[in-house]
Design a protein around this ligand. Sequence first.
Ligand SMILES: C[S@@+](CC[C@H](N)C(=O)[O-])C[C@H]1O[C@@H](n2cnc3c(N)ncnc32)[C@H](O)[C@@H]1O
Length: 440
Amino acid sequence: MSDSTVLLELAATISNAALAITRHTLESSAPAPSFFPRSSTKGTINGNVVTHKQDSKSELAEKEALNAAASLIQASTDLQILVSGPENYLKSLSYGYHDITALAVVVEFNLAQHVPLDTPISFKELSLQSGCSLGRLERVLRLLFVRRIFYEPRPGYIAHTTASQRMVTNPELTAFLGHCTHEAFPAASRLVDSLRRYPDTEEPSQAGFNIAFGTEDPLFTFLSKHPARFDRFNQGMAGLSKSGGRSVQQVVQGFPWESLGKATVVDVGGGNGHVSLALAEAYPKLCFVVQDLEAAIASGIGSLPSTLQDRVQFEVHDMFEPQTRKGIDVFYLRHILHDWPDDYAVRILKNLVPALKSDSRIIISDSVIPPPEELHGLHEKFVRYLDMQMMVLHNARERTEDDFAELLERADPRLKIRKVWSKGHDAAAGTIVEAVLESP
Ligand SMILES: C[S@@+](CC[C@H](N)C(=O)[O-])C[C@H]1O[C@@H](n2cnc3c(N)ncnc32)[C@H](O)[C@@H]1O
């Protein structure tokens, strides 16, 4: 793009993408993107969810519309940056923490849940019901209105937009927001202190999180001592997995699980078991053992459907202790290794090695960061966000394929990557790394 035409070119990209999305919504009779709630929440493009049944033609159209949405978001972001000019852009970026702070108030005082889904409520009534001081509440809400979270249909009243409504209809999304506003955001605000205090540290007890919460406990030890926070975290993880790039469907479809035949999969750090449950539903020959810390296992046992009780078991197991299940076909680690600095990730893998048979596999679902030239705007942003999230919470990181190969090699020189599945699809999403023991 040349400097003299860059604005026009970006505007054309936006216009073409908007046209493609509109055509898709008209042809598929999916609702067009809107700030205002409608009775049906199905089929929105901007939410990356299409819940109606699809044939392959409509799947293709859906994919094209999602690509159009990604290029529109990227082009409109670039356009805003350019039109704002460098000073205004930086100033606006610097105030960004107020958006998260306002969101934290919504989560803390359950504001979305106190606003009726179909009628407005006065600021005064909302203050009374939520316990949030009226004067402050109004000021916080006025920032959120600008961000299209709630709106003021008439003076002194507040009603739902599509975004605020989702905080009511999708409690798992709200749980994820709560983890971000109540654990990750305080942790992020202390990153600079952790870099000053512990430069180059590789300890999960010396992250921004630890300074923010005044604890030497790594995040998960801390969470297991705070059951309400842990439950919110687990719900949030399950919610993230329901749609979009990190959906469980990526796991279900992203690896040839049926080729394992009758096999047992140990889901190491499987949380409340939501991934194992989805896989067990889809592949009736597979059995699962979900291992995690006590609090996560307790919540998983409570929600195990009776239809899967004979194929899914839960057990408390600390992954920093030697693996107790021996001779298992598959050890599965989803979003586990990225929570730990290298030395700890190697210890987790090392603990699996004595339990492996010659034909066992270790299957890892994590982001695999592609080479810089293969990443593009929107996807790169989410990989970078995730990488920062791991840094501020645990001193951990997202990794490249070479990084994974190195971790495996350090755990045991015979451990090699056999294949990286769904590579390049969406680096922030569930890429699957299959590793096996190769004979020396
Ligand atoms: C990011 S979550 C991923 C959960 C699940 N695998 C998923 O994909 O949603 C990390 C999980 O690791 C578990 N975990 C952390 N430390 C652990 C330990 N020492 N032993 C077993 N599980 C642990 C946490 O309780 C949490 O459920």
